[in-house]
Design a protein around this ligand. Structure first.
Ligand code: ATP
Length: 348
């Protein structure tokens, strides 16, 4: 399911790993964030200290994990990776923090899903590189202070609003990742095609770029299916002879892209099945809205957090949905895209 956005399998994880930019210079787009990170890393290097803690906020697949790896790489430090759901007790975090080597970069993905008790421990750790470990229970309980090696925390979250204020305030810098423009996505795709040694024409890349929800992960995922399709159906090339291969079938073209889009159930605007079922529910069941998030979530059988963090940001960005204090409302473009006549709908 395209909307699920996380890597689907070991094979896809390996594929993503192979395409991951390793330096800020290779990282496509997000120019503002890149500039901000570069400054932060340079200043820390000049003062010979660990870089400030960094919070990366934005929908899945826009490059948060990639940036965390780049922060470690560019500052010549090693990287430890963990995630909020893996930290269920303060003890899990204490074990992780106390095993860091000096200067290490600690990446915590989905940091908003960490246990509350661990969150509180993290405040002190981020501020003073120190934690208090509780020993014993009840009246005999004591806390033992423990000094930590200095480290840089890189936290990732789908929305910075999901974090409690005291935690959010302890990050020296918050980067808000935006959806990518089609030009940037074409660049992501051209780079990936070169790495995969995939011969593909520009029109095919432009078509994928316009239909991947502004998300590099989805762009690469579609490209992977295009590659498979072109491999299985070599005769579907654009027809231009390729001197390099001498195959005569030419680079992979639009046919292969359309086959990949169909496989993933992507429509003309790049909306996938879940995007459409959310919009259709608002239009048909709730007469265009407003409808509350939880009611909407129940009606499409999805978790409210997935709808809010994964589905809605893109629908808002392309002007299909607005969030109002009374709930979610479908816009005129949504009615038009689905070809539903609002009057006829109301008269039923
Ligand atoms: P999640 O939060 O779901 O883990 P993420 O935001 O951490 O997602 P990444 O894993 O960093 O996303 O990126 C997903 C894929 O997209 C990777 O294969 C990566 O190579 C590619 N990618 C992301 N951003 C860029 C970029 N700016 N330039 C080139 N490729 C990118």
């Amino acid at each position: 399911d395209l909307a699920r956005l996380t890597p689907e399998s070991e094979a896809e994880l390996a594929f993503e790993g192979a395409l991951r930019p390793k330096t800020l210079a290779e990282f496509v787009g997000q120019a503002r964030v890149r500039g901000q990170l570069q400054l932060l890393l340079r200043a820390a290097a000049m003062q010979n200290r660990t870089p400030d803690h960094i919070l990366l906020a934005g929908p899945p697949g826009l490059g948060k994990t990639t940036l965390a790896m780049i922060v470690a790489q560019e500052s010549g430090r090693s990287l430890r990776m963990s995630s909020g759901p893996a930290i269920q007790h303060a003890g899990d975090l204490a074990a992780l923090l106390s095993s860091l080597v000096p200067g290490e970069v600690l990446f915590i993905d989905e940091i908003h899903r960490m246990a509350r008790s661990a969150e509180e421990m993290l405040y002190l750790a981020m501020e003073d590189f120190r934690i208090d470990i509780m020993v014993g229970k009840g009246a005999g309980a004591t806390s033992i202070p423990l000094d930590l090696a200095p480290f840089t925390l890189v936290g990732a979250t789908t929305r910075s609003g999901l974090l409690p204020n005291p935690l959010r305030d302890r990050f020296g810098f918050t980067a808000h990742l935006e959806f990518y423009g089609t030009d940037e996505l074409e660049e992501v795709l051209a780079r990936a095609a070169a790495l995969l040694e995939l011969d593909i024409d520009r029109r095919a890349l432009a078509e994928i770029a316009g239909r991947c929800r502004g998300t590099p992960r989805i762009a690469n995922r579609l490209l992977r299916r295009v590659r498979d399709y072109a491999l299985v159906h070599p005769s579907t090339g654009s027809g231009e002879a390729t001197p390099s291969t001498g195959s005569g079938t030419g680079p992979a073209g639009l046919d292969a892209v359309h086959a990949a889009l169909e496989l993933y159930d992507v429509d003309a605007l790049g909306l996938d099945r879940l995007d459409r079922s959310v919009l259709e529910a608002i239009l048909v069941r709730f007469d265009g809205g407003p409808v509350g998030l939880n009611t909407l979530a129940v009606s499409v059988g999805e978790e409210a957090e997935t709808i809010e963090s994964v589905v809605e940001p893109f629908l808002v960005r392309i002007g299909m949905l607005t969030r109002t204090p009374r709930g979610r409302v479908a816009t005129r473009s949504a009615w038009q895209h689905f070809g539903i006549d609002r009057q006829a709908q109301a008269g039923q």
